[in-house]
Ligand binder design. Structure first.
Ligand code: 5GP
Ligand code: MN
Length: 321
């Protein structure tokens, strides 16, 4: 169920009133989650607040995000208890907060800023706009309302969320406002070449073998418009690359023009698979992921499932039919 809350005033007032602020994103944060939490924390600090960001275990940030000001982050065990205000960014459901959830919920007020079709099951003060391209777009609007500083590092963090969640400004969510905000962030000091080179133009050489394995074992089921593949733990171990380096693989798997839906199953532990689903627009993959205990957006969603890849794909096939 989509819960919309487009009134920015309550959360802006909570931020103004708070002295101590913590910001978290979802587990295994992507560019939008990292950009939202780092951008909000750095701006809060520049506005004179005591602010810190974190996310649930595993506390790992990929090398490709090295251009962000990672000093804003502390490990989840160091995320303070009893803050005035804790804000959860870019997180579609409470269970995606992970191991830091107890510390978040010990805050006086819990805020949520999100653009997922979230079930709205958590947070005292929320901004939820599923039409937004990225959570950083919502954070930017909030900072403008507060008139808090957008330093070059804040701008870089917020720009990162826009670039990653719009697939480099080409998904249907890419509105004139997205480009306007991107332009304002560049004026404020974000450097597109720095962000783009690090995120999209550099991989460890070992990644080539992983790509070859995953694309080599891809299966096209043209009659149902599905393309799918599997990434095994052994692929990642043999290539000696960090697991975070595999986040872009789904973007290669989903390129088959014959398929409207793509699925990549990543083995995270023996018998445990993390599924990524992508749609070209007709099929609502959020509904499929939701039926499997996960969630996300209409065109991009995920879930975790136990069993073999064949068993997992059989479930996806059933739900597609
Ligand atoms: P990805 O496939 O890149 O991991 O995730 C795609 C989208 O689905 C993201 O918006 C992500 O937040 C969401 N998502 C991924 N996995 C899960 C999950 O297990 N549960 C929920 N609720 N959302 C997920
Ligand atoms: Mn996002």
């Amino acid at each position: 169920m989509t819960e919309a809350n487009l009134d920015y005033t309550p959360l802006a007032e909570a931020l103004s009133a708070a002295s101590t602020i913590g910001v978290v994103g979802h587990v295994r944060p992507d560019g939008d989650a990292l950009g939202s939490m780092i951008g909000l924390v750095l701006s809060a600090r520049a506005a004179g607040k005591d602010a810190v960001a974190s996310f649930g275990e595993p506390f790992v940030v990929g090398d490709e995000f090295g251009f962000l000001d990672l000093e804003a982050l502390v490990p989840p065990r160091e995320f303070p208890k009893g803050l005035d205000l804790a804000i959860v960014c870019d997180t579609s459901a409470r269970d995606r907060v992970g191991s830091v959830v107890g510390r978040v919920e010990s805050a006086g007020t819990v805020g949520v800023i999100d653009h997922h079709r979230t079930n709205g099951d958590f947070g005292d003060v929320t901004i939820i706009d599923s039409d937004a391209a990225a959570t950083t777009q919502l954070v930017y609007r909030l900072l403008r309302l507060l008139d808090w500083p957008v330093t070059p590092q804040v701008a870089t963090a917020l720009y990162t969320g826009l670039v990653t969640d719009t697939g480099r400004f080409q998904y249907s969510s890419t509105t004139p406002e997205v480009h306007t905000i991107a332009g304002e962030l560049i004026e404020a000091g974000a450097v597109p070449a720095t962000v783009g080179q690090s995120l999209f133009e550099e991989v460890p050489f070992g990644y080539y073998a992983v790509v070859a394995n995953v694309l080599g074992r891809a299966v096209l089921e043209e009659e149902i418009g599905l393309v799918w593949s599997v990434l095994y733990k052994s692929d990642v171990e043999a290539a000696d690359i960090p697991p975070t380096a595999t986040d872009g693989l789904i973007d290669l798997v989903r390129m088959a023009a014959e398929a409207g839906v793509a699925c990549l199953l990543k083995e995270t532990a023996e018998g445990v698979l993390k599924g990524s689903l992508r749609s070209r627009g007709i099929v609502d993959v959020n509904a499929i992921a939701g039926a499997l205990g996960g969630g996300g957006h209409h065109n991009a969603a995920g879930f975790t499932i136990e069993g073999s890849p064949e068993q997992a794909i059989a479930r996806v096939r059933e739900l597609l039919a």
